[in-house]
Design a protein around this ligand. Sequence first.
Ligand code: NAD
Length: 401
Amino acid sequence: MNATIMLLPGDGIGPEVVAEARRVLDATAARFGHTFDYRQGLIGGCAIDASGAALPPETLELCLSSDAVLLGAVGGPQWSDPRAAVRPEQGLLQLRAAMGVYANLRPVRVLDALADASPLRPERVRGVDMLIVRELTGGLYFGRPQGRETTDGRRSAVDTLRYGEDEIRRVVRMAFELARGRRKKVTSVDKANVLASSRLWREVTHEVAADYPDVVCEDVLVDACAMYLINRPADFDVIVTENMFGDILSDEASMIAGSLGMLPSASLGEEAHAKAQRIEGAKEEKHAASSLPLRPGPFAPLREISSRPGLYEPIHGSAPDIAGRGIANPLATILSAAMLLRWSLGLTAEADAIEAAVGRVLDAGGRTADIARLGEAPIGTAEMGERVVASVSSVAATLAA
Ligand code: NAD
């Protein structure tokens, strides 16, 4: 296959982790006989420095004409003045909106090898395998009016939380489709006891749930959900929620897995098809080469719902505190690249190979600083990338045998 992949390294550790993901993509392409053409563009703080815009028009144009987009992270203290007219994060929001990627899928799975990397007790996190589906192009981050003003010398600011029923329905429906290929449970998170937008969210969710009698649906208030994620995380299967709640809960959930540096994400824009889920659901766990549980789940559903182009990115930010030191964990970005292959390019075996390779490296004790235990010698970003590259080759050889 020939495919065009747009790389947006961004700021901070973004360039460091995207470089490793690209090496892994190259190794995978070489092993499986594909050609990936890369394009690269500026977004975020580096784009503001170069052109004054957080998402230059040429970057957007290249993204929209590529098969898929892999992004590092944006932002940093040098661009965080609250009075700045342009902010790096605006570039990301504009990109998501322009690509129409309304659903952000964030798998959180605790690998056995990393059960003790979580700040929670291993027995509490073992077996956790959830998928957070976050609405991505609506709600508080996009609602208008938004801004600040000064009246009689007093400052005030406003944000608007607005959802239309169609925006809610399409993302909730995607969550139910995904749940059908998993453990058939959807937890819808809202704040319906206080917010009108949440009451609409709950109403529409129940309407969608009526079409999925085989899937259990529960409503949980966002404050309670924050608590349950810590005291009974293994109970969750698919969580669906609005933009800001999803932003916060998925960062919280990342700690269950041990580090923000482990969690990939995919942002998709098309309606889900139950058929695709059933195809994946019928797949056997035939990849014994890996310790990663490759049954249908967060890393392995729904290639047919993929949007073209989809947007793939680690859930972490630009980590300015460790940028430039070569110690960032590149696995979230590498696993995002695997999701890209599966969902935007339909390269299932190749995605499996990358995920299995990551599992093998972790099983063999490879740990960057964020997931290393006390006394374990951590490896750097490039070394972790190198090990995954080497492992992709041996996994591919095993799969071919
Ligand atoms: P962050 O995710 O950048 O970092 C939080 C903590 O996690 C830091 O201690 C960091 O060192 C660590 N960390 C994150 N990724 C890691 C990795 N791959 N390996 C090892 N450790 C890792 O969040 P923050 O510090 O709140 O934000 C920093 C900047 O990133 C801000 O400007 C923020 O706006 C931006 N941000 C961007 C995105 C994005 O691009 N999608 C997301 C979140 C935050």
